[in-house]
Ligand binder design. Structure first.
Ligand code: NAD
Length: 471
């Protein structure tokens, strides 16, 4: 029986390995992590992450050929294939701070693999890493290997949170990069055989190592760029009376462009887009390509601009002051169908409103109060955007309440900001909400989920990104 071990039981390691275990009953899969509560949660009925369909997949194979453990070294030692899916955040200090990927976790995983291995292994980069990381990992492994043969593959993950299980069941493509040596090619075939259990051969792409590593950064940069492009258009729509939904539809009808990923919003979030673009910027700079770096930087600048534009719109519409006004925040996760709040635009929007002394009442169906308090307290590093630089003061902390119901959040509020596109926000009883709010009652829709005309009929003053403004 082939044995797989995955280091890192997070948003990628957990779901990816659960699907491999489900689709490959002849393979034993162990997901290991140094985080004890996380592994305990994977072994319980309360999984550590919310992802539609995940519970079901885990239930079907946990205890059969899928295991979660904190005994990292034992399971790495026993594995034939070791996936490494540890976090690769942006460096916060030292060389490349604010841009370069922090490979501390990766390096310590690689050193541990070299240390505990007693047999040949295929080591798979599942984390998103800078191009050429495999070269560094190879050095670490071979210099510490005691004669053991390690083959490094790059197999970046393209799943999107919120649709991870569907994405893993039917991936647009599986990408495997390896060395062009006989050993490298043999390793590619071994990993291909795993995915061939359910992915059609035509969807498994093999490349050299550097193409695979760079493709992941490129894919995220292209996706984020599309969002920033439509968001840039949304600002122009508001200035001219055009409607961004109509513009996106017309543009997306061109088959060369296509309709997906053209929704204007308060901005992109999540743990990947910004970090991976920053990483791309850094790689361009290191390779003497400042103009290319500048091009990709703009994607983040527009995203930051969109968030501050939203905050400014809220404050300006509410007679230039939100001081002591209650503002309901509907949605805190960075997108629907996830409880993940990493880099969510809601953080910047709330910090902006708190900075102007508003009181925010936050409701999200999947986000806990602890997460919100932590996110709003952290003072994030950022190169040149002022919104990020406002830590939450103890006074500001008192201005934040977290509630478990949209009606509670909006009661007596002066305004509602919709920051995540949860389906339930489309069908709320907005008449009831209006009746219980201060007047005039404002709605600022950062995700284009509400029916503007209906809300205006009720009496709301409505602002929706990229749409003609209320008269
Ligand atoms: P995560 O933070 O949710 O999980 C990473 C896990 O690795 C943590 O639980 C941590 O405790 C563990 N870990 C770190 N060092 C370890 C070590 N030495 N030994 C054992 N465990 C260790 O991160 P994630 O969201 O799963 O992302 C992982 C990687 O996948 C990142 O590089 C990310 O960029 C990439 N990625 C993420 C997504 C996404 O949607 N989240 C999608 C594609 C790719």
């Amino acid at each position: 029986m082939v044995k797989i071990c995955c280091i890192g039981a997070g948003y990628v390691g957990g779901p990816t390995m659960a699907v491999i275990a489900l689709k490959c009953p002849d393979i034993q899969v162990v997901v290991v992590d140094i985080n004890v509560p996380r592994i305990t949660a994977w072994n319980s009925d309360q999984l550590p992450i919310y992802e539609p369909g995940l519970d079901d997949v885990v239930k079907q194979c946990r205890g059969k050929n899928l295991f979660f453990s904190n005994d990292v070294e034992k399971h790495v030692c026993e594995a034939d294939i070791v996936f490494v899916s540890v976090n690769t955040p942006t460096k916060t200090r030292g060389l490349g701070a604010g841009k370069a990927a922090d490979l501390t976790y990766w390096e310590s995983a690689a050193r541990m693999i070299a240390d505990v291995s007693k047999s040949d292994k295929i080591v798979v980069e599942k984390s998103t890493v800078p191009v050429k990381t495999a070269e560094a990992i190879e050095k670490i492994l071979t210099h510490n290997s005691k004669g053991i043969n390690f083959q490094i593959l790059s197999n970046p993950e393209f799943l999107a949170e919120g649709t991870a299980i569907d994405d893993l069941f039917k991936p647009d493509r599986v990408l495997i990069g390896g060395r062009e040596t006989p050993g490298g090619q043999k390793a590619i075939q071994a990993l291909k055989a795993v995915y061939a259990h359910w992915v059609p051969e035509a969807n498994i792409i093999t490349t050299n190592l550097w193409s695979a590593e760079l493709s992941k950064l490129a894919a995220n940069a292209f996706l984020a760029q599309r969002i920033s492009s439509v968001n840039a258009m949304s600002a122009l729509c508001e200035a001219t009376g055009a409607n961004v939904t109509e513009v996106s539809y017309a543009v997306g009808k061109d088959t060369r462009i296509g309709p997906k990923f053209l929704n204007a919003s308060v901005g992109f979030g999540g743990s990947c887009f910004q970090k991976d673009i920053l990483n791309l910027v850094y790689i361009c700079e290191c390779n003497g390509l400042p103009e290319v770096a500048e091009y990709w930087k703009q994607v983040i600048k527009i995203n930051d601009y969109q968030k501050s534009r939203f905050v400014n719109r809220v404050v300006a519409s509410m007679f230039n002051t939100v001081s002591n006004k209650k503002i309901a925040i509907l949605g805190f996760a960075f997108k629907k169908d996830t409880g993940d709040t990493r880099e969510t635009p809601a953080i910047d929007v709330c910090k902006g409103l708190l900075g102007d002394k508003a009181c925010v009442s936050i409701y999200d169906p999947q986000v806990t109060e602890d997460q919100i308090q932590r996110d709003l307290t952290l003072n994030k590093f950022d190169w040149d955007h002022p919104l990020h630089l406002q830590p939450m003061s103890p006074t500001a902390k008192k201005q934040v309440t977290c509630v478990w119901d949209a009606y509670e959040a909006t009661k007596d509020a002066h305004a509602v900001c919709i920051l995540t596109e949860w389906d339930e926000f489309k069908t709320l009883d907005y008449k009831r909400i209006y009746d219980n709010m201060q007047k005039p009652a404002f709605i600022f829709d950062g995700r284009n989920v509400v029916d503007i005309e209906k809300l205006r009929e009720i009496g709301f003053i409505v602002y929706s990104i990229g749409k003609p403004l209320d008269a």
